[in-house]
Design a protein around this ligand. Structure first.
Ligand code: UDX
Ligand code: UDX
Length: 472
């Protein structure tokens, strides 16, 4: 590294994209680096208005611990704005944290990521940035996207005061989990920085070193970093599909998935995390990242590899259908005009995010079978459920469901309750009392293993639990 470069300090960071990743990540950087000014910009006017609201209920992202950081840092060294041009002009380092959904049409449709937002962000950086800018890929991207970003940055006719602008592109994937984002960011297992320019790598590393022990900051080349992110998510999702596949065998054979998980998780080589069978994985990343990997494998002529990973997504979809089918079967093969209470719509607890939530597919299947749903979720807003419960012809299914704010009211006259998200409050329900309000024979379907079977009087209630073969 040249001496002249060592002294350059990052004073201003800009993050393009104020979503689930950009918002919390920048909040934690601002908290731990009081001498750096952090600006988060977004094209969405409402989102920025809500990030700036004093009514913290309106913050676009719900994450435990986030409000405290916003209270302490916003207006001091953390700012949210729509002034994309003005903020880029002043930034030393720019994080790209925009969404990268799966392409719905064209080449790579259904698998490849749509990079249009990343591309437009790179073009804005190319146009407005100052002389030397470090660009950091924060969004999860297909392998070799850094190359695309770099060529966009360098292809614009880019000079300032007669001097060519200089860009370094780093990959710094995010490993935060929604619901524990602040904890994951404050105390990460590792921070991964992919890049080949020492100065840029050190500049980013020094930011994390403000609160992350240096031995947890890993440096790799850009491609390894991009691939490591996709692979991490693919491995995690693979564990869930594996355990969900075994839950079906448990139900068929009289075994119990919780006992099987505990037994295999005690093997240190396997480990105990990510072995909870549920309604199928959701969230913005798992499916998308695996499909990206599948696309990559196909592109490089590795069909067996592609098929192996695609199997993880296939199993997940099959598992969700399996749950809606068994609910229908248990309710005498028809759901016509039956009322079903749905507890939980978010893809997991402690988040208001519903992207790829198993609840969406399961609710659609149940409505398709004729059921009327009463839905409860402590954080998901009704407007979001309206968006999610379109059928394929984009016809709103709103007449087929209602959203309730009180758990109790969802139970009234219900034939069945289906627990789809593991919200803490659902584990404290008095099932005996609730069953009085239900139509008999009443059912509980627990896909999250949160109901204590000892607290259920099976004379009043029929009970099904994921992977519990001892019940049938
Ligand atoms: C995530 C991650 O960045 C990505 O790695 C993951 O694969 C899926 O998307 P996330 O923060 O969860 O991003 O997405 P989202 O909450 O949708 O936020 C993205 C934000 O970028 C939105 O607020 C959107 O308005 C903004 N955006 C998008 C821009 O500001 N400019 C654009 O050009 C496009
Ligand atoms: C994931 C990765 O964990 C994170 O590292 C990455 O940065 C983004 O993607 P996230 O999608 O927020 O995070 O949630 P995660 O906790 O991984 O859960 C994903 C899905 O798997 C959820 O639907 C969850 O309910 C399900 N899950 C998780 C299980 O069904 N069983 C488990 O044991 C764990």
């Amino acid at each position: 590294m040249k001496n002249s470069e060592i002294n350059i300090k990052i004073k201003r960071i800009c993050c393009i994209g104020a979503g689930y990743v950009g918002g919390p990540t920048m909040a934690v950087i601002a908290k731990n680096c009081p001498n750096i000014r952090v600006d988060v910009v977004d094209i969405n006017l409402d989102k920025i208005k809500n990030w700036n609201s004093d009514n913290y209920e309106l913050l676009p992202v719900f994450e435990p611990g986030l409000v405290d950081i916003i209270k302490n840092c916003r207006g001091k060294n953390l700012f949210f704005s729509n002034d994309i041009k003005g903020i880029i002009q002043k930034a030393d380092m720019i994080f790209i944290s925009v969404n990268t959904p799966t392409k719905t049409k064209g080449f790579g449709k259904g698998k490849a990521s749509d990079l249009k937002w990343v591309e437009s962000s790179a073009r804005q950086v190319a146009k407005y940035s100052k002389d030397h800018t470090i660009v950091v890929e924060k969004s999860t991207l297909p392998v070799r996207t850094a190359e695309v970003i770099k060529s966009i940055l360098e292809s614009e006719n880019n000079s300032i005061n007669g001097k060519s602008k200089k860009f370094d592109v780093l990959s710094n994937p995010e490993f935060l989990s929604e619901g524990t984002a602040i904890r994951d960011l404050e105390n990460p297992d590792r921070v991964l920085i992919g890049g080949d320019n020492d100065y840029a790598v050190q500049a980013l590393s020094s930011i994390y070193q403000e609160w992350v022990p240096i031995d947890k900051i890993l440096h790799t080349n850009v491609w390894s970093s991009e691939l490591a992110k996709l692979t991490s998510n693919a491995f995690l999702a693979q564990r869930i599909s594996s355990i969900n596949s075994i839950s079906a065998i448990c139900e068929a054979t009289g075994a119990d998935i919780r006992e099987v998980s505990r037994a295999i998780g005690s093997d240190k080589r396997i480990g105990s995390k990510f072995l909870d069978s549920g309604p199928g994985f959701g969230g913005s990343c798992f499916k998308k990242d695996i499909l990206n990997l599948v696309y990559l494998a196909e592109y490089f002529g590795l069909p067996e590899v592609a098929d192996f990973w695609e199997g993880v997504v296939r199993l997940n979809k099959w598992h969700q259908n399996r749950i809606s089918q068994l609910i229908t079967r248990k309710l005498f093969g028809t759901l016509a005009d039956k009322k079903i209470a749905i507890l939980g719509f978010a893809f997991k607890a402690n988040t208001n995010d519903t992207r790829e939530s198993a609840a969406i597919q399961i609710c659609k299947d149940l409505i398709e079978e004729g059921a009327i749903l009463s839905i409860h979720d402590p954080k998901v807003k009704k407007a979001q459920i309206i968006k999610d419960l379109h059928n394929e012809n984009k016809i709103l299914l709103n007449t087929k469901w209602e959203k309730f704010d009180e758990i109790e009211t969802t139970f009234k006259d219900a034939d069945a309750v289906v627990i789809l998200t593991e919200w803490e409050e659902y584990s404290n329900i008095d099932w005996e009392e609730m069953s009085i309000m239900m139509r008999k024979p009443a059912w509980i379907f627990d896909t999250r293993s949160i109901v204590d079977i000892k607290k259920i009087n099976t004379k009043n209630l029929n009970f099904w639990q994921i992977g519990n073969g001892t019940l049938s």
